[in-house]
Design a binder for this molecule. Structure first.
Ligand SMILES: [Zn+2]
Length: 95
């Protein structure tokens, strides 16, 4: 293979929690499906509108409490969504 000129440029995304820009690989994605269901997308590939968040429980809390996620998804988030996203982060060992 000689086609080796692809310079690895890191894909970055802005965290909707703290606002920092980080490599996508270091982030989690929250996705809103076409049915309006908001869930954690650890694969970063699920269909739907996505928002990126650092791998930090603080950032998911900020993203929810400061309405960053609500802005990204153009909808209000219920308390249930907050709890379940925090639980998903917790299950992945992100605190
Ligand atoms: Zn962040």
């Amino acid at each position: 293979m000689s086609n080796n000129k692809a310079v690895k440029r890191e894909v970055t995304r802005k965290c909707v929690g703290c606002g920092e820009i980080k490599p996508k690989a270091d982030m989690m994605r929250v996705v809103k499906s076409s049915e309006g269901v908001i869930s954690l997308d650890a694969t970063l590939k699920a269909n739907g509108r996505g928002a990126y968040i650092c791998k930090s429980a603080d950032c998911i809390k900020k993203a929810i409490d400061r309405k960053g996620l609500a802005r990204s998804f153009k909808c209000e988030l219920s308390d249930g969504v907050r709890d379940s996203l925090l639980e998903e982060f917790d299950k992945l060992g992100i605190r």
